[in-house]
Design a protein around this ligand. Structure first.
Ligand SMILES: Cc1ncc(COP(=O)(O)O)c(C=O)c1O
Length: 387
């Protein structure tokens, strides 16, 4: 199957191993069509075309609150959750509400590229914390916080992707989450928990969320349908204290715009209510697990000694560490000549130089044959360059 469209910088006919969204053959197009048809037939069609509630579609809020309480025993109520235009929209909304230009925010090194982009757009002072295979190193974070405090400053929030982090694939263990919550209490910063890969897991359970461990205190947690349904719907959710949700909902843009994407939110609510989403999710996990296994075997076969890579138990990404002989820009150029594109590590750091020995591969998007072929090509190029 060759790609027809070119969203997100995907070159038609290429092997875009950088693309972190669902493969077109994993989109539940027929199911979403059924949900839309049921709303059309149910006499609610004009409601779809009108402004919506500021907090978001009430049926979708009800569904998500019930599910989070059932699956994670969170004990939240509808006052704790609002619908957002995807997690990216949530990150921007949080910056809008909690920060001003020049404020300090903490991120992991590396961290999600588009969040860094938003922080730069908002002229925030972004400080990074080194990670190891359990995520942010608490001692380093504490040192950074003390240095900031000595200068009379404190971060507004710490932004973290706690599960199957983009780009490293790391899931932070519970003890570390607890230690960071302690620091957030001591220094008075919020935790922005971007949990978009929670449902794409190939293991039984994940550590409790920051939101659960802190009993919701000063944590803002996001989820999205982009990874488990379709990114074009632009629907996600934000969990926070009732007071914070009330503040956010009263922002000018939501008041006037009538909530996030009411048209698609209503269709997503119907799709979820019918039980189709849970069934799709169970199937999807198997599909992504298979893709992860294929990518992992292809890497094992193709990569020379000196290249190491993550073995994620969920999410979309594999993070590679290259030998010093391989220049990342040179590798990207050579790969482009062979029609293969990857995400160089440089984009995921505040200081791009720190990512010069890394690259991120995504197994979510490209057809399986291209996944194998793309990794084989990269392996050959890296072998040639490290010889
Ligand atoms: C950590 C993280 N947050 C947010 C997003 C985007 O989510 P949405 O499509 O809901 O804006 C992505 C997608 O790559 C991501 O990796």
């Amino acid at each position: 199957m060759k790609l027809e469209s070119t969203p997100q910088g995907v070159v038609a006919g290429s092997i875009p191993l950088f693309a972190g969204h669902p493969s077109h053959d994993l989109l539940p197009i027929a199911g979403v069509r059924r949900a839309a048809a049921s709303l059309w037939g149910g006499g609610q069609v004009t409601r779809l075309f009108d402004y919506g509630d500021e907090q978001g579609n009430p049926q979708l809020i009800e569904f998500l609150v019930e599910r989070l309480n059932r699956v994670e025993r969170l004990g939240i109520s509808r006052e704790n959750l609002m619908i957002i235009g995807g997690a990216t929209g949530g990150v921007d909304l949080i910056c809008d509400q909690l920060t001003q230009a020049g404020d300090v925010v903490l991120v992991d090194a590396p961290s999600y590229r588009d969040a860094l982009h938003i922080f730069r757009d908002r002229h925030l002072d972004v400080r990074d914390v080194a990670i190891d295979d359990g995520g942010a190193i608490v001692g380093d974070m504490a040192r950074s916080l003390r240095a900031l405090a000595d200068a009379g400053r404190a971060p507004k929030f710490y932004y973290v992707v706690p599960n199957f982090q983009n780009p490293s694939g790391i899931t932070m263990p519970e003890a570390r989450r607890r230690a960071i919550i302690e620091l957030s209490r001591q220094y008075g910063f919020a935790i922005v928990e971007d949990d978009v890969y929670n449902d794409i897991r190939f293991c039984d359970a994940l550590p409790p969320s920051f939101y659960a461990l802190a009993a919701g205190e000063n944590v803002l947690r996001m989820g999205t349908y982009s990874k488990t349904l379709a990114p074009g719907l632009r629907i996600g959710w934000l969990l926070a204290s009732a007071a914070r949700i009330a503040d956010f909902v009263s922002s000018g843009v939501l008041k006037m715009g009538g909530g996030a994407n009411p048209f698609t939110a209503a269709i997503v609510a119907e799709y979820c209510r019918s039980g189709e989403w849970e069934a799709h999710l169970a199937w999807l996990r198997g599909q992504y697990r298979q893709r992860r296994d294929i990518a992992q075997s292809a890497l094992d076969a193709a990569m020379p000694p000196g290249v190491s890579y993550s073995r994620p138990n969920g999410g979309y990404f594999i993070w590679l560490h290259l030998p010093p002989t391989v220049d990342i820009a040179d590798l990207a150029e050579r790969a482009r000549w062979e029609n293969v594109y990857f995400a160089p590590g440089t984009g995921f750091y505040v200081d791009p130089e720190q990512g010069a020995r890394h690259l991120r591969l995504s197994f979510s998007f490209v057809p399986i044959d291209d996944l194998r072929a793309g990794i084989e090509i990269l392996g050959r190029l890296i072998r040639e360059m490290s010889a």
